[in-house]
Write a protein that binds this ligand. Sequence first.
Ligand SMILES: [Zn+2]
Ligand SMILES: [Zn+2]
Ligand SMILES: [Zn+2]
Length: 364
Amino acid sequence: MKLFVCDHCGNTVYFENASCERCGHKLGYLPEKNALVSLVESSGLWSTPAFPDDAYVFCENAHHGACNWLIRAEPGGDIYCAACRHNETIPDITNSLNLTRWQVIERAKKRLFYSLLRLRLPVETRNEDPVHGLSFRFLADMPVAGLPVMTGHDSGIITIALAEADDAERESRRAAMGEPYRTLLGHFRHEIGHHYWDLLVEGQPAAQRFTQLFGDASADYGRALEVYYANGAPMGWPQTHISAYATAHPWEDFAETFAHYLHITDTVEMAGAFGVRARPRNQDEHIVVDQVRFDPYMEPDFDVIIDHWVPLASMLNNLNRAMGHPDAYPFILTPQVIEKLAFVNSLVHGAPVQEQLARLDAVG
Ligand SMILES: [Zn+2]
Ligand SMILES: [Zn+2]
Ligand SMILES: [Zn+2]
């Protein structure tokens, strides 16, 4: 994520801000410009000094405090922004608890879309692609035939259980599952990984290398999950997988890896915005890691990203511990895991996966 500044007064503002705390100007996000702009209203339309020739309206969900994204004002134009137009189902927001939780979910979803747009990944809606289009169902945890809502992905449809927006509930699930990390943004980044497996790996040239790295995706998925929940992850899993759950099935390994790819890329971008230069771990002190002076969302060489990330993650964890918080990044990146992350990097940049991987093979 880049660092946003109010273009009226120069105050540092968050991506989620709907107004500037200092000068009071209304703020809106323009996805096509990747800019958070200050706004002036005139007869129901908004304009910004940054792009004076255009007029904008807020996304319909802004009326519910659930969106700060703008749409170019056009007769008969969209009423939902580039991110909200993918919503298929939202909960009953006349219920105030549902409304609050949905607002929290929307904030995480916007951060997901920031990354997807920066990576220029395909984001077709269900209308544009009825088979694989991307859509979201945000469902309250109402038992259906005795079953709770399950967060998951099915052919482009991502379901998020509304209860995951409740801190106490999510933390209790995290503890019950023995997970080191569980966040709404993490859910979005994981589930979207399944979506891009469908689009970029299945039946594509990358499938062969995927199988070499992640295993045979044709393994019975339902059975694999049963075995995982019965027995847990196999011994020695941290050498080969980013998380215990990633061992359940190659699809889950890919989704977990994809989520981490987004965690890392987005956080390195923010470190770059602050000019952070993290000192490497003790044994690596001879390695000179400069400030982030590249755009991680455009970087074709994953080694460049990871060389910055490893000391940065250590710094983040130590800063968190200084504040009495758990580690921000409670994971270990082994060479095998990094190889999988590099595969995702080449995949999202549309690089010829076979060639890049031939190079990796030659290295080790
Ligand atoms: Zn301001
Ligand atoms: Zn919106
Ligand atoms: Zn999954």
